[in-house]
Design a binder for this molecule. Structure first.
Ligand code: RIB
Length: 317
């Protein structure tokens, strides 16, 4: 069975700095480096490197960057049958990476992301309906395309995963078509309209999404791991502690790991643990698509004996 990812495809222009600049300040950074990126493409590469047949549905520009991005996807084993070249520039992201902490600031210029239409997604999913079991999407393409994709994927009986990133307001009706939502803390706060200062707040906010129709909310909490909220479970699965090189794409690695584990019918706590391992291996490397292979993840998990499951109610540091 396969995974279909509907989403963005970018070139990421990185510059490393020792600290982030203030407004109106100029600072000198490193030489820039160009890496493949985009949340959709990152998640598709993540799934493919974990050994699952993965289709990406999206668009690049009709420029040299577009050709480079398509070649990169194909090299990573992603099926590019439903990627087209739009009559505009490719999507790019400008990433400032703090080399002291591994944290980043990102500005996206969507380019061809904005050319991914509901019709293109609908036509692609119609062709793929016999093969695809999991449908995965994010919010770097037009919202109406995300809506239609989720709606039709549900109609075709696929398990739908929405990574609502970057944060934006959504019509709550969309959640009727979402089986699993995977926000980070900021995105959850914005979606639910609940201020989040503790794990209890995460569960309170998740409750809203559950009321709106989502079956499970898995909130990524950075170095604290991820919180799972569903009607029958509320728990936190602790992160693996690794040295941080680059957090760009960590959320994408997590989503890819989660999708692959769910495709294999793993139960949710085990799936989140697997996803945490994929994210941990990613953040130890530069570039959003430096996703681990299946054997790297399996070996990594074996090297850990236990995962800390924290009780609810802990405040954030
Ligand atoms: O999630 C990380 C990604 O966000 C980067 O690769 C960048 O392209 C932006 O889309």
């Amino acid at each position: 069975m396969s995974i279909a990812v509907v989403g963005s495809i970018h070139a990421d222009f990185y510059v490393k700095v020792k600290r982030f600049p203030q407004p109106d300040e100029t600072i000198i950074g490193s030489d820039y480096a160009l890496y493949p990126g985009g949340k959709g493409a990152n998640q598709a590469v993540g799934c493919a490197r974990l050994g699952v047949e993965t289709y990406i549905i999206g668009a690049v520009g009709n420029d040299y960057i577009g050709s480079m991005l398509i070649d990169n996807l194909a090299r990573n084993g992603v099926r590019i049958d439903y990627v087209y070249k739009a009559n505009c520039g490719s999507g790019v992201a400008f990433i400032i990476l703090n080399e002291e902490t591994g944290e980043n600031m990102i500005i996206v210029s969507p380019g061809a992301d904005n050319a991914v239409t509901p019709q293109h997604v609908e036509d692609s999913l119609k062709n793929l309906r016999e093969k695809v079991k999991i449908f995965l999407t994010q919010l770097e393409i037009p919202v109406e395309t995300v809506y239609r994709g989720l709606e039709i994927a549900k109609e075709f009986g696929m398990l739908t995963i929405l990574n609502p990133a970057p944060a934006r307001s959504l019509d709550r009706n969309i959640f009727r078509f979402v089986d699993i939502a995977v926000p980070n803390r900021v995105e959850l706060q914005q979606l639910a309209g609940v201020k989040i200062e503790s794990i209890e707040d995460v569960f309170k906010a998740s409750e809203k999404l559950l009321e709106w129709g989502v079956k499970a909310v898995v909130t990524t909490l950075g170095s604290r791991g991820a919180a799972i909220a569903a009607h029958n479970i509320k728990t936190v699965v602790g992160a693996f502690n690794v040295p941080v090189v680059d957090t760009t794409g960590a959320g994408d690695a997590f989503v890819a790991g989660l999708a692959v584990a769910l495709l294999e019918n793993r139960e949710i706590v085990d799936a989140v643990r697997f996803a945490n391992a994929v994210a941990a291996l990613k953040i130890a490397r530069m570039g959003a698509q430096s996703m681990p292979t299946r054997s790297e993840v399996d070996d990594f998990i074996k090297s850990y004996e236990r995962v800390v499951v924290e009780p609810a109610g802990q405040p954030f540091q």
